[in-house]
Ligand binder design. Sequence first.
Ligand SMILES: Nc1ncnc2c1ncn2[C@@H]1O[C@H](COP(=O)(O)OP(=O)(O)OP(=O)(O)O)[C@@H](O)[C@H]1O
Length: 475
Amino acid sequence: MSVTAQSVWDNCLSFIKDNIQPQAYKTWFEPIMPVKLANKALSIQVPSKFFYEWLEEHYVKLLKVALVKELGNTARLVYIIKMENTYGNKKPFTEKIPSSNRSGLRAQEIDVPTKNKSPELKNPFIIPGIRNVKIESQLNPNYNFDNFLEGDSNRLARSAGMAVANKPGGTSFNPLLIFGGVGLGKTHLAHAIGVEIKDKYPEKTVLYISAEKFTQQYIESVKKNTRNDFIHFYQLIDVLIIDDVQFFSGKSGTQDVFFHIFNHLHQNGKQVILTSDKAPVDMQDIEQRLLSRFKWGLSAELQTPDFETRVSIVKNKLYRDGVEMPDDIIEYVAKHIKSNVRELEGAIISLIAQSSFNKKEVTIELAKQVVEKFVKNTKREVSIDYIQKVVSDYFQMDVSTLQSKTRKRHIVQARQLAMFFAKKFTKASLASIGSQIGKRDHATVLHACKTVDNLSSTDKQFRKYVEDLTKKLSL
Ligand SMILES: Nc1ncnc2c1ncn2[C@@H]1O[C@H](COP(=O)(O)OP(=O)(O)OP(=O)(O)O)[C@@H](O)[C@H]1O
């Protein structure tokens, strides 16, 4: 029997089918058509660029295994994208893209717009004294200034970022602290600054790292007795970008080591860029000396984008994905999803996905369904401050009373409820919850959570408190 694109693909499909969920198979693999087989290169047609990116992001390993099984180690995969979501008079058109090299399914050396995941930081510690070490910047080139759209909500932060990128360490924005709510582009902007610096000054050592990873590395270095190497490594960097510094809250060892690194970099004219989900004045459990340094440069806020900016963000995303969509639909989505750009993008992706798979045209009806589901499924992120406020209001007391040391029963209960909900609705550690709610330790929080659990099953009135507060906090 001769080997054809169809026969190779059919065999791949039966292997893939056995290895993923039926729904995922239906959604992502049934719509694919094998088109051509030439020199161990299988061309498959996918319905949109988004579809291709999704396959590359989530299924490329599986595709590789399946294809290598069929065609051997030199197997290659080429995507042919058939743009079906075109509107107006435009005819559908196709575009050929080879699978990324990431998969090992090598095709021609063409620049493929793959979503680069930062590779793991390889052995971050080096021996002090050896300077010409190559440090992987961990930057994501997909987050750049070109696709970080400007609006009133981000003008200050974006311009300051540009200024820093033009002259790292040479402006008064040092450190540059970018702060703002969830999903408003802090990480994107921080990467964009780093990417721009790397473009302009390739010889500069730039490092992007999340505060969480920095903390893990630090803990590891203490365990391995390599704290000095850790410090030396960070002192070699020209542009240090630390994402989500609020994570340092309550971690005095990490704060201390960061303080020393910061001072060294700052004194030597190196640039520090930080992001945080809150302004320095609202940061809890960060040492005063560090907070005061955060304020040395510029703290620039990212606010929620206005309607026009949301529309531009969506249009830009669609343009980059090679998808067209009528303006009224874009405006509908931008009007209803306001507070978080990630959610806005999520809704658009979901809309493109729905229309690709079900071969449906994107209509207002479909947009309504997606937005509705999306908004419903998105749990509002609540902060510990907000929980304390809601609980205090409910029991008609001040937050300071709730946090006080008093042992009066109704105040203790309110405090325990606040701790219980902080555990339930936030990702904060027990220690961090304790320190934010009346400076207690983690054991007190654990005890509070157990007490609330016990009382809810034995005390009817108490159960009512829990139910009422759950409703209020889930609204
Ligand atoms: N002005 C903008 N232009 C284009 N895309 C944006 C803009 N702002 C945010 N985004 C996009 O929104 C998504 C969320 O942004 P990002 O991850 O940077 O937010 P964040 O503030 O770091 O969120 P978190 O608080 O969860 O860490 C990203 O895909 C980003 O590209």
